[in-house]
Design a binder for this molecule. Structure first.
Ligand code: FAD
Ligand code: AMP
Length: 486
């Protein structure tokens, strides 16, 4: 660790947060609420060179992707579903420029909100690149190149993640071969779209562009589809997505990409054969890496693991005294709400509170149509963990609200412990299950039994009745759907 000399006028804070994404900005706000003098530094620059708080999530991730998923879904519905309701709109016309402008406006409203929250909570927010100098000091280089050094008792690394690049096979060129950010910004719908990786980001972006008319092929190296999802749900998802026209090729490992003048040809190995496919655009969605570029981790004595994630203990302490890390940069599931919780919990711990994150109750959502959401253990995981398991499921086809919504595909599945009746996991595919999942998270958080859910009244007609029915089905009591034979 270097002992950089400290200028007498160095501005001093109780907490410096490096990174203003979901891991960083809520931590800074919580710290200010608890009486700490907090500084949050963020280096994000939008395409138009405007700086912005909110990180990947608000600027190039969760929010813009959901804005485009909503717009593309409405476009698809106008062309394919309105007529069922007796609404004639003719052939819908796509104004992609306007759709993209709306997406930007949604993102900017959210990231602008962070600035307002900082003002309201008296958090000092600065734009620029933060670099650890050791000795509690952080150098911030503003976008105009002016550097200022700050000092604090506590420093929080919340620098997030960046897309993994297949440097040897398919380096990003910002035009024909793009990352997820580039894929959110297409100015024209590609006729033939290729995606490497059928993870959450791959299937969400594939859904957007396929609904807008791109002939979309997703190449996935693994033999199974969405392996982190309960098998019954991922099977149903693959069926639904294929029906919608997404061409998902499993066990297809991309080995080479050749760029032509106006297209890219991808070579992949599948079933022992070498195959080729040509696309107008190629999205590489093969995961995200921790972002610690020019952070000064080595100077400050912050150890990274072999994959570059910041090493932390269970209280988010790094190997350097007074320096902590939360969010994507520390690994684990890369989700915004997990990052938020970690940041807030760390600050509360620093304030002396007994706060902690329940890592067994982190919801996961895939915002496709139908949506996929789950929390807790899948049937396979529960069995592998030694539980004697009982399961129950109910289809949305038996739900009146789902029929009224014209969205009957999918089901809710409960996984419960046969001995204690405790709910171990809930897995869903269907309409708005992203919202239904909150009840499942609460069930796990409160250690609910299946019977607790069975005895809870659910409004009629609501999609939540399928959640209730699935709990009833665990013990063979479902009223509106067939119970599994014992
Ligand atoms: P980030 O959001 O990456 O924020 C880190 C910030 O730190 C950035 O602004 C970065 O510029 C800044 N920074 C980095 N280094 C420095 C430095 N040295 N100095 C100053 N600033 C620095 N998650 C969900 O939960 N739900 C979703 O629906 C969802 N959809 C997604 C869709 C896409 C296309 C992508 C790419 C991701 C999605 N995610 C989603 C994941 C989610 O965006 C991340 O888990 C989340 O943003 C992590 O928050 P973070 O604060 O750890 O990192
Ligand atoms: P995720 O980590 O959830 O974003 O998903 C990324 C997906 O990309 C994983 O399912 C990987 O198996 C897949 N993947 C990684 N490299 C390749 C490759 N060369 N060809 C095809 N799929 C890949």
């Amino acid at each position: 660790m270097s002992d950089s000399p400290e200028a007498p006028s160095t501005p001093t804070f109780d907490l410096i947060v490096i990174g203003g994404g979901p891991a960083g900005y809520p931590a800074a706000i919580r710290a200010a609420q608890l009486g700490m003098k907090a500084l949050c530094i963020d280096s994000w620059l939008n395409r138009d060179n405007t700086p912005s708080f909110g990180g990947t999530c608000l600027n190039a991730g969760c929010i813009p992707s959901k804005a485009l998923l909503e717009s593309s879904e409405l476009f698809h519905k106008a062309g394919h579903e309105f007529a069922i309701h007796g609404i004639g709109v003719g052939t819908p016309v796509l104004d992609l420029k306007k759709m993209q402008e709306r997406k930007m406006a949604v993102s900017k409203a959210n990231s602008g909100g962070v600035k307002l929250l900082f003002q309201a909570n008296k958090v000092t927010g600065v734009f620029g690149h933060g670099e650890l100098l050791g000795n509690g000091q952080v150098k911030v280089t503003a976008h105009d190149g002016v550097a200022t050094t700050y000092k604090a008792k506590h420093i929080l690394i919340a620098t997030g993640s960046a897309p993994v690049e297949l440097k040897k096979i398919a380096p990003f060129d910002g035009d024909k071969i793009v990352d997820s950010w580039g894929a959110l910004d297409f100015s024209a719908v590609p006729e033939r779209l290729g995606i490497i990786g059928a993870g959450v980001i791959g299937v969400e972006l594939g859904s957007v562009w396929s609904r807008l008319g791109a002939k979309t092929v997703i190449l996935e190296a693994l033999p199974g589809f969405l392996p982190m999802v309960d098998a019954a749900i991922s099977k149903e998802a693959l069926r639904q997505f294929t029906k919608q026209g997404l061409d998902i090729r499993l066990g297809a490992k991309v080995s080479a990409v050749a760029k032509g003048k106006t297209d890219v040809t991808v070579t992949y190995e599948q079933d022992g054969e070498t195959k080729k496919e040509t696309f107008d655009k190629l999205i590489v969605a093969v995961g995200r890496r921790p972002f610690t570029d020019k952070l000064g981790a080595d100077v400050a004595g912050v150890a990274l693991d072999e994959r570059g994630f910041v090493k932390i203990d269970k209280n988010y302490k790094t190997s350097a005294a007074g320096i902590y890390a939360v969010g994507d940069v520390t690994g684990g599931v890369m989700l915004a709400h997990k990052a938020i919780e970690e940041g807030v919990v760390l600050i509360e711990q620093l304030h002396g509170e007994k706060s902690e994150v329940n890592y067994n109750a982190i919801p996961s959502v895939i915002y496709t149509n139908p949506e996929i959401a789950w929390v807790g253990l899948s049937e396979e995981q529960a069995k592998a963990a030694g539980h004697e398991v009982k399961v129950g499921s109910s289809p949305f086809a038996a739900n009146g609200r789902a029929r009224a919504l014209e969205s009957i595909a999918g089901q809710v599945k409960f996984v419960s412990d046969a001995k204690t009746d405790r709910v171990l996991g809930v897995h869903m595919i269907g309409p708005y299950v992203s919202e239904l999942c909150a009840e499942a998270v609460l069930a796990l958080e409160f250690a609910a039994t299946t019977q607790d859910i069975q005895m809870t009244m659910h409004g009629h007609p609501t999609l939540s009745e399928t959640f209730h029915e699935a709990a009833l089905a665990v013990d063979g009591h479902a009223i509106h759907s067939a119970n599994k034979k014992k």
